[in-house]
Design a protein around this ligand. Structure first.
Ligand code: NAD
Ligand code: DAU
Length: 350
């Protein structure tokens, strides 16, 4: 039996990881620690919240003393650290929260693990979840591997790069048993609708403009969120201390092509005439420092630990559209109130 701390479990990816672990490992206690920022939503976990091995702890990882108290009280033997400020556009508008949560918060967790594990690292694991954005931007060819030098461009990616370096430093300096993974863009159910795919599904639903940054020529490599959660399970159990694993679906899409595909799927599902949703496309001012292309080489993970993505994108995007259309109450709830203010502010000058 283990006592696993999952941070950020009320967020998009975290909720899929918590669900997988709570259901798959009834013998383990799973502690979901989350501050419940705008991106954290306990409704994401309604199906598991009453299971006996699931526990919720409301806490801010920036509060180091509180994190120490929780380690003392619950004696976690493993950490899967997802809590973060995660939206690039918000990091451009307000970098400081990213520095505090993504850097200071990560160090608070590292310090607590180091303190309470007391150099007895048998059966212990600190797993840090990171992003492919730390590697920077690619030209027309090539892929990020685990040895690609870090070259972050946004306050978000710079804060994640910094946290990755600190996690490695705690391994190299204090022998903390850490493992890191860097994943490409995720999509699927429960993603907060300020990221591209759920934002555009929501806007199409309301017949609102679809704000495409620049010329829509940036390329992202998309992975279904459940496949990311499966990879996290594999790396948590089989990954080697001190190692990094890239996670991705070999699934590159130019934004504008992905948006047109999404528009076509939405028109079909909503019974609209072909072209209805595409007519909402509006080209707007580009994101500052916008990385051109991400593509991730996950062959190390596939070769060494045997993980492969389970879904093809065309199937994944249909499942995703179905989920949002079948869960319009969820969308309405998270897009009311303060979300509307964010949206008006963010897009007013574009
Ligand atoms: P998200 O924004 O949906 O969720 C983040 C969660 O962290 C929320 O529940 C939020 O309440 C919580 N949180 C934020 N600040 C906190 C704090 N100070 N203390 C405690 N909890 C706090 O993010 P996501 O998209 O699910 O990403 C999860 C992790 O995966 C992040 O570390 C992110 O960098 C990484 N990642 C995301 C993607 C992606 O495509 N979304 C891809 C690769 C890696
Ligand atoms: O690559 C992994 C990263 O993917 C994660 O680390 C981040 O947490 C996650 O948010 C995501 O970052 P992106 O910036 O790539 O995701 P986003 O959904 O914000 O944007 C995807 C692409 O779509 C990007 O090229 C910008 C563009 N875009 C986005 C929005 C919100 C638009 O053209 N219009 C928009 O309104």
């Amino acid at each position: 039996m283990r006592r696993i701390l999952i941070t950020g479990g009320a967020g998009f990816i975290g909720s899929h990881v918590v669900r997988l672990f709570v259901n798959k490992y009834p013998q383990h206690d799973i502690y979901n620690l989350d501050k419940l920022t705008y991106a954290g939503n306990l409704a994401n976990l309604r199906d598991v919240e009453n299971l006996p091995n699931y526990h919720f702890l409301k806490a801010d990882i920036v509060d180091g003393e509180h994190i120490m108290e929780l380690f003392k009280k619950y004696q976690f033997d493993s950490v899967i650290h997802l809590a973060a400020e995660s939206h690039v556009d918000r990091s451009i508008a307000n970098p400081m929260e990213f520095i505090m949560t993504n850097i200071v918060g990560t160090v608070n967790l590292l310090n607590a693990a180091r303190h309470y594990w007391q150099n007895d690292f048998e059966g212990k694991r600190f797993y840090h979840i990171s992003t492919d954005e730390v590697y920077g931007s690619l030209g027309d060819t090539g892929m990020f591997t685990e040895t690609t030098p870090y070259d972050p461009h946004s306050p978000y990616s710079a804060s994640k790069a910094s946290s990755d370096h600190l996690v490695r430093a705690y391994h190299d300096t204090f022998n903390l048993p850490v493992v890191i993974s860097n994943c490409s863009n995720n999509y699927g159910p429960n993603q907060f609708p300020e990221k591209l795919i759920p934002l555009f599904i929501n806007n199409i639903r309301h017949k609102k403009p679809l704000p495409v940054y620049g010329k829509g020529e940036n390329v992202r490599d998309w992975l279904y969120v459940v496949d990311h959660a499966r990879a996290i399970d594999v790396i948590f159990h089989k990954g080697h201390d001190g190692e990094t694993y890239n996670i991705g679906g070999h699934n590159e899409w130019k934004n504008i092509d992905l948006i047109k595909l999404m528009c076509a799927v939405m028109d079909e599902k909503l019974g609209n005439a072909a072209g209805t949703s595409e007519s909402l496309i509006t080209y707007v001012k580009d994101r500052a420092g916008h990385d051109l292309r991400y593509a991730i080489d996950s062959s190390k993970l596939q070769r060494e630990l045997g993980w492969v993505p389970s879904l093809q994108f065309e199937e994944g995007i249909r499942l995703t559209v179905d989920w949002y259309l079948n869960n319009q109450d969820w969308l309405d709830e998270v897009t009311s109130g303060t979300y509307q203010q964010y949206y008006d502010r963010m897009y007013k000058n574009r």
